[in-house]
Design a protein around this ligand. Structure first.
Ligand code: AMP
Length: 461
């Protein structure tokens, strides 16, 4: 068996999807044993026609009994199967697979040169290769190059400095942990934004806040199976990885952690986090087991990405309380920041699930923010009886044809204990179904703030 290093690149179509498909194709080849895959790093194209999209590049180590030329043919086959059309040199491509190293062999033939002639002069090749194959690369370097670290060598190369590179996409838990450690050793503060993908401006506002509070932002995209009950929408939850990665890159996020379910829950993983008491009412009643799944995955993510700060949305009010409490109770050294809910101009809270709504359902869904606004207005007008406020909110929902209501509640914003009178700070929360889509929304109410100056928690249309 010969240990080989290959480089992968894509700047057409679903770029990360193409790289993952190529990795999968290599993994399926019985003559190839895949040993390690690097993260994928976005970088500007080098050479080729102007105006082409950025590439994602990565590297993989594999072991094979195939001769070098036969391995190269397999790589070309995979390129063809994944839709690569061989066009101009350095032009855009759906997938590009390069044989960088074939053991320590030096081959100079018209169709194959290893070590790859551009391995040492292009950061976008060397950086992902160095991540998984430091030792292997050394014989391919010149004597002078061998005397400096591969990181130093990367830094000397003409591509942009690492801080100017685009998004890094990491799939492996171990690589994620290693990467954050490196960032923190270089003196940078890390911010983390956990998400389930299908990103919208609400998620991106968390990235912005994390950028303000840290030097290096990692967003996580993972549709966590353990927080969905069997009858819930796990399988049909929207998955839009390609668009999500472009949005994160444009928002200035530096890394995305995109693990598989197997990576997060390897066979035999049975330990869970018993969530705090604040998880019991409201969502805890309607979605038994939900917060156990949330607390477990968030704690795991905090271990893999031991950031200085984590940003969550007020949109999931109870979730934010559960996480705050868990972090305090379990001494997790991370600052939890809760950011305001981002809404459409007409008041609808942005949610990944809004894309399930038909036009008519979307119109009906406006009743949630309308009911919250009414509650806000009525306490500003002096109403303190929770029963009356809740009844009026239910009527507003019913008037819009929303009859499947999980809860409408006024509660203490720290404990979520329901209150009979609105005297101090209170949170109004709604969970209901519009068609088959379950929506939640909430608003902080403060009877001590008069109508004119009310800002916090405001549900403006
Ligand atoms: P999700 O992808 O639904 O798990 O949400 C990931 C994070 O984004 C959570 O902290 C949510 O509270 C937050 N989030 C979701 N919708 C919004 C929104 N409209 N405004 C602000 N944050 C949001």
């Amino acid at each position: 068996m010969v240990t080989c290093l290959i480089g992968l690149g894509s700047n057409q179509g679903d770029r990360v999807g193409n790289l993952l498909a190529a990795i999968a194709a290599l993994g399926e080849d019985p003559a190839i044993s895949l040993q390690a895959v690097s993260s994928f790093v976005e970088s500007a194209p080098v050479g080729g026609p102007a105006g082409q999209p950025n590439f994602f590049n990565g590297a993989a180590i594999l072991a094979t009994s195939l001769p070098a030329q036969a391995l190269l043919t397999r790589l070309l086959d995979i390129e063809l199967r994944l839709g690569r059309v061989r066009g101009e040199r350095f032009g855009p491509r759906t997938i590009d697979l390069d044989l960088l190293l074939y053991g320590e062999q030096v081959i100079e033939s018209p169709t194959l040169q290893v070590p790859h002639p551009r391995l040492r002069v292009r950061r976008f090749v060397l950086a992902p290769a160095a991540e998984i194959a430091g030792e292997m690369l050394v014989p391919a370097l010149t004597d002078a190059e061998q005397r400096v670290s591969i990181e130093t060598l990367c830094a000397r190369l003409p591509d942009p400095a690492p801080s100017e590179l685009g998004l890094r996409v990491i799939m492996s838990a171990a690589a994620m942990q290693r990467h954050v450690r490196e960032i923190q050793l270089s003196g940078r503060r890390v911010g983390v934004v956990p998400t389930m993908g299908a990103l919208h401006s609400g998620h991106l506002s968390l990235v912005q806040e994390a950028r303000r509070r840290s030097d290096y932002v990692v967003a996580t995209i993972f549709v966590n199976p353990t927080q969905f009950a069997p009858h819930e929408d796990f399988t049909k939850y929207p998955r839009t990885l390609d668009a999500d990665l472009s949005a994160l890159s444009a928002a200035g996020c530096q890394a995305a952690f995109v693990p598989s379910a197997e990576e997060m829950y390897p066979r035999g993983a049975t330990t869970t986090v018993d969530p705090p008491e604040v998880a019991l009412p409201l969502e805890g009643v309607c979605r038994p087991g939900h917060f156990r799944g949330v607390a477990t995955i968030v704690l795991k993510l905090f271990h893999l990405i031991p950031a200085e700060v984590a940003c969550f949305g007020q949109k999931d009010f109870q979730q934010a309380l559960v996480i705050r409490r868990m972090v305090a109770d379990l001494n997790v050294p991370i600052e939890v920041v809760v950011c305001p809910t981002v809404r459409e101009a007409d008041g609808l809270a942005l949610s990944s699930r809004n894309r399930y709504l038909s036009a008519a359902e979307r119109e009906r869904a406006l009743a949630l923010s309308r009911a919250l606004r009414q509650a806000e207005q009525s306490i500003q007008a002096g109403e303190t009886e929770s029963n009356r406020i809740v009844s009026a909110m239910r009527e507003t929902l019913a008037a819009a044809g929303i009859t499947s209501i999980d809860y409408v509640a006024l509660a203490d914003p720290e404990t979520l204990a329901e209150c009979s009178h609105v005297e101090g700070k209170t949170v109004a929360l709604i969970a209901c179904r519009v068609g088959s889509t379950r929506l939640i929304d909430n608003c902080l109410l403060d009877p001590t703030i008069d109508a004119g100056s009310a800002k916090r928690g405001a549900v403006r249309a």
